[in-house]
Design a binder for this molecule. Structure first.
Ligand SMILES: Nc1ncnc2c1ncn2[C@@H]1O[C@H](COP(=O)(O)OP(=O)(O)OP(=O)(O)O)[C@@H](O)[C@H]1O
Ligand SMILES: [Mg+2]
Length: 313
């Protein structure tokens, strides 16, 4: 049984906004990345999982329990960090932590203290005067102080400085080690790349791709950029590779005598052997990153056909 389940979830806010027939699941121990441009439907989906919103069609479930019907149970099992936090301004950080501990009937504060140290939270001051980053840290500590098995994080590192973002990534990795199940919505490719096992991309309220992150990381083809020492050398190479070939030349730039060559990993030796016969200026691999892949979905005019071809659905 999946830990988190979103099945044909539809919430139509009109004017083509909302979420439409969204289906995915997150399994035990998995870190699942949920990506998409502004307004794509990430928060809407997450709010349904957390039972703050009722589906028009479809359902969401946590540990097999319907989010809407069993909201008391699911909220206890989940540590939820909302994208926009609202904290009671009249309290100090310490008072807020104490209040949350009482609400949860907690007496053992060992894990809370660990989180306060880990995130360098200074909870003594009043919330009204706390910096945005400090408020985010307080929200993090209070979301996870009861050491929940499931973490639902809506853009968790927004408002955190780069050092705190790194600490957050290490926190997610530690939690994964401890067997937690994590759903993480984000715009930050490096944080998704560093933590996620699987990733879903949502655009205009619809899932456009779900894939295993490692399949993309270990892409079995590579692109090389080659600059030849002279135009003659460049032309000679072009003629050679125009024949039935192992080398898939994806683009050539005559004015710089440059070629981009896309090949399967197994053909790397073949490429090197072909190039050994030429005078080159340089030869370099163009790294394909998750970001290159994601950016295709961020461009509103991009034709998505073919983009999902090589990934596992
Ligand atoms: N309560 C609501 N009433 C009407 N429209 C809403 C409501 N909540 C969200 N929407 C609309 O639904 C769409 C999805 O919003 P959502 O907040 O889920 O996007 P998001 O992916 O979380 O974006 P962001 O990256 O900016 O946080 C947007 O067009 C938004 O304006
Ligand atoms: Mg959002």
């Amino acid at each position: 049984m999946p830990v988190l389940q979103v099945e044909h979830l539809t919430k139509d806010y009109g004017s083509n906004s909302g979420v439409f027939d969204v289906t995915f699941e997150v399994n035990k121990g998995e870190v699942f990345g949920f990506l998409g441009p502004n307004g794509a439907g990430k928060t809407t989906t997450i709010r349904h999982i957390m039972s703050f919103s009722r589906p028009q069609q479809g359902s969401t479930a946590v540990n097999g329990l319907d989010s809407w019907k069993d909201h008391y149970i699911i909220q206890k099992d989940v540590g939820y960090l909302p994208g926009e936090i609202a904290l009671p301004e009249a309290l100090t950080g310490n008072q807020f932590i104490k209040m949350m501990a009482e609400l949860r009937d907690m007496s053992d504060m060992t894990h809370t203290d660990y989180l306060i140290k880990k995130f360098k939270l200074e909870p003594s001051g009043g919330l009204k005067r706390m910096s945005l980053g400090m408020k985010r840290k307080l929200a993090i500590v209070t979301a996870f102080m009861h050491d929940p098995q499931i973490l639902v994080l809506d853009e968790p590192t927004s408002g955190l400085d780069p050092m705190m973002q790194d600490i957050f990534i290490s926190f997610i990795k530690d939690e994964k080690e401890r067997g937690k199940t994590i759903l993480l919505s984000s715009h930050i490719f490096s944080e998704v790349d560093a933590t996620c096992d699987r990733i879903a991309i949502i655009k205009d309220g619809r899932l456009v791709s779900t894939f295993v992150a490692n399949d993309l990381r270990h892409n079995e083809s590579k692109t090389f950029k080659i600059e030849f020492a002279s135009q003659e050398e460049f032309e000679r190479f072009r003629e050679q590779v125009e024949y039935p070939k192992k080398l898939d030349v994806i683009s050539v730039k005559r004015h710089r005598n440059q070629a981009r060559v896309l090949i399967d990993d197994i053909d790397v030796n073949e490429l090197i052997s072909v190039l050994s016969d030429y005078h080159l200026k340089f030869f370099t691999e163009i790294k394909f990153t998750l970001e290159d892949y994601f950016m295709k979905f961020y461009d509103r005019n991009e034709n998505l056909e073919g983009v999902t071809e090589n990934v596992v659905n």
